[in-house]
Write a protein that binds this ligand. Structure first.
Ligand code: DLL
Length: 435
């Protein structure tokens, strides 16, 4: 596989530290001079930009949160004048109120580089045909992947999301080699391709899937249904969009673009930075962004950083798959439950009998939390008898109890009865309205 910018992606740790330090110092000064909210917070801590001299000083700086983006909506966190902002994107709004991000021309340029790194790491080059089936528009997926694909000189098909039959027709007729979409949509496309009997007509080699949590088992399911290699890509609107980190051919963690972002792992409760290798909340400082630079932005994503050498030759630190968010964690009967844990159980138990399409329904009946999980059975299972259905349900319940520590009701439902998503799947329905 090629490396888009080997001189950057394979720098030594000393070189990375030198670049990060220089850029951090400049960024803090820039934010202090241009963002009133940030200046006030620094002043309150008795800090001046000159106090930030090394990467170690990062921990002195105040955090930024999603609430800040809501409170200072729309432009108060921008560090560049509006005349220099050439693009606005917005969060998909799965949680809370919409937030916006602004980009200068240089920001878009860096973003295209980041996504180009991802595409090349997935084996794409200027001979590739890249179908972008992430939504275009305010969501960063479509335009983000598009910018990277153009940057490497690939042929881009901007299908955006939706119209599954047309997506597949294009894939077959135009010879798509690389597919960009959410992993849940990739599952659906895989299912539909096989149903239409088009699997052998595909020229697909790899896919770049992100924007929502997915498990290793789901990766295997996508890889086998589409006959491709599936790469994970991570990002968030506030920081940039897709490409903040990207998976190489080793498929074991996503390399963070450390020339653009400094990652930290903190304890979400004490807010203290944790030592390398710890599990905690991921925090990013954007060191090249001009439009809306963020200092110590709390992502709410829980994960771990791996500084071990990667066999691909890239030296950027890798982040492991986020294990959930501090804010999507469900507390059911006092027990912390991550939807990804449930998914893992389902995929482990699933043989030929069930599909990875599921929905978690949480409710409160008589002051007690209930947990119901609807799982689609496979077509093959439909023909089977009630006795084996009950046996599978029981098997899942037992596994869930041992993994989660609580009981759940499992319902096997008919194939294709859980609504398919063209964007992020809505896996959890929490009827308790606790927020
Ligand atoms: O989802 C940006 C994106 C688009 C990333 C396309 C990758 C591909 P937001 O809508 O702002 O931005 O949502 C950001 O989604 O904080 C994570 O919780 C979650 N997320 C994104 N990528 C992954 C991933 C885009 N690969 C939020 N694995 C983030 C797990 C992910 N969670």
């Amino acid at each position: 596989m090629g490396i888009f910018q080997p001189e950057i992606e394979c720098m030594s740790r000393d070189e990375i530290t030198a670049i990060q330090t220089e850029r951090l110092i400049a960024q803090v000064k820039r934010c202090y001079e241009n963002v009133a909210v940030f200046r006030e917070r620094m002043d309150k801590k008795g800090l001046k930009p000159e106090d930030i001299k090394t990467l170690d000083d990062l921990k002195l700086l105040p955090f930024t949160t999603k609430q800040d983006l809501r409170d200072y909506y729309p432009y108060q966190l921008f560090a560049a004048p509006l005349k220099d902002i050439v693009r606005i994107q917005a969060s998909s709004g799965t949680t809370g109120r919409q937030i916006v991000a602004g980009y200068t021309r240089k920001d878009l340029d860096m973003w295209a580089d980041a996504m180009a790194r991802q595409l090349m790491a997935a084996g794409a080059d200027d001979t590739s045909i890249v179908q972008v089936s992430y939504g275009y528009g305010l969501f960063t997926g479509g335009l983000g992947a598009h910018g990277g694909a153009e940057r490497i000189g690939a042929t881009v098909i901007p299908t955006s999301s939706g119209n599954t039959e047309r997506q597949i027709r294009f894939m077959v007729e135009l010879g798509t080699t690389h597919l960009c979409c959410t992993p849940s949509y990739a599952m659906y496309l895989g299912e539909s391709v096989n149903e239409m009997g088009f699997r052998d007509k595909l020229k697909l080699k790899a896919g770049i899937f992100g924007a929502e949590p997915w498990t290793e088992d789901m990766r295997k399911a996508i890889e086998s249904s589409l006959g491709i290699r599936a790469h994970d890509v991570y990002g968030l609107t506030e920081i940039m969009g897709p490409g903040v980190s990207y998976e190489c051919e080793m498929q074991s963690g996503m390399h963070i673009c450390e020339d653009m972002f400094i990652p930290e792992i903190i304890d979400p409760d004490t807010e203290e930075p944790l030592p390398a290798g710890s599990f905690g909340e991921l925090v990013f400082t954007t060191i090249t962004k001009e439009g809306m630079p963020l200092i110590r932005y709390r992502t709410r994503d829980l994960c771990m950083l791996n500084y071990d050498k990667c066999d691909c030759g890239r030296t950027f630190v890798r982040m492991m798959k986020p294990a959930g968010r501090t804010d999507d964690m469900l507390i059911i009967r006092g027990v912390n439950v991550f939807p990804s844990q449930i998914e893992e159980v389902l995929l482990k138990v699933s043989g030929k009998e069930i599909t990875p399409n599921y929905q978690i329904v949480v409710d409160r009946v008589n002051n007690t939390d209930t947990l119901d999980i609807n799982v689609e059975m496979s077509e093959h299972m439909l023909a089977d008898d009630i006795k084996s259905l009950t046996a599978i349900e029981a098997k899942i319940v037992t596994q869930l109890r041992s993994t989660l520590g609580i009981g759940a009701k499992v319902h096997l439902v008919n194939p294709k009865t859980i609504t398919r998503s063209e964007g992020k799947a809505k896996r959890v329905i929490d009827n308790r309205k606790l927020h």
